[in-house]
Design a binder for this molecule. Structure first.
Ligand code: CUA
Length: 252
């Protein structure tokens, strides 16, 4: 709410203590997810209030002291038609925005960059195969969590990694996700991404990051003893900074 009035306020791109809401969105897909959540909340609240009201009313009127001679009414066609079609209609209304979001998430819009990410026990590795150096080698690197005793002041425990995934702003990016050993899941809440990493299979998802920042995520599929220690950090930078980063990666 505050962010709406103060757009320069620090955004929430990392899990916070006692957080009950979403992290702030950085991609149109995450905006869509948050909006769908709000739409659904409206229906959920209406249904909850109505059902609670009916339940309390039923308990009140059918309590034996209230109604010593019970009604012999067992069914009525009209009420049955209403209580069958109303939930069906609500589901239909919910399905429309839900499906449009689902298909939007599935869409890969002619990506400018493809990044491959592989889950390992217990770290992530990344490949930028769009660029090669003089010896025809793509950019490949591993990304390990920084252990607690090596953290610097201000760094986040269990979330910081040695090598960030650097991506440019306002660019359609394809992420290809797979795994080298067991199931993992590449998930970054602010980007609206959670994609299973499955050995022997390529999954793809996309992102279009709208603001600069560090986006923190975690492996989201139980993958063994160090499942909680293979976080993800996506660093969104401007295009010139991205080009510099690629240049530096290629030249060393
Ligand atoms: Cu990798 Cu959980």
């Amino acid at each position: 709410m505050l962010v709406a009035f103060y757009p320069n306020l620090a955004k929430c791109d990392v899990a916070e203590n006692w957080q009950i809401n979403f992290q702030d969105s950085a991609t149109p897909i995450m905006e869509g997810i948050i909006n769908l959540h709000h739409d659904l909340m409206f229906f959920i609240c209406v249904v909850l209030i109505f059902v609670t009201w009916m339940l309390v009313r039923t308990l009140w009127h059918f309590e034996y002291r209230q109604n010593i001679v019970p009604s012999s009414l067992t069914h009525g066609t009209l009420i049955e038609v209403i209580w069958t079609t109303t939930p069906a209609l609500i589901l239909l209304i919910v399905a429309i925005p839900s499906f449009s979001l689902l298909y939007a998430m599935d869409e890969i819009i002619s990506p400018a960059i493809t990044i491959k990410t592989l889950g390992h026990q217990w770290y992530w590795s990344y490949e930028y195969s769009d660029y090669t150096n003089e010896s025809d080698e793509p950019i490949v690197f591993d990304s390990y969590m920084i252990p607690e005793d090596e953290l610097e002041l201000g760094q986040l425990r269990l979330l910081e990694v040695d090598n960030h995934v650097v991506v440019p702003l306002n660019t359609h990016i394809r992420i290809v996700v797979s795994a080298a050993d067991v199931l993992h899941s590449w998930a970054v809440p602010s980007l609206g991404i959670k994609c299973d990493a499955i050995p022997g299979r390529l999954n793809q998802t996309s992102m279009f990051v709208k603001r600069e920042g560090l986006y923190y995520g975690q492996c989201s599929e139980i993958c063994g003893i160090n499942h909680g220690f293979m976080p993800i950090v996506v660093e969104a930078v401007t295009l010139p900074n991205y080009v510099t980063w690629i240049y530096n990666k290629l030249s060393n």
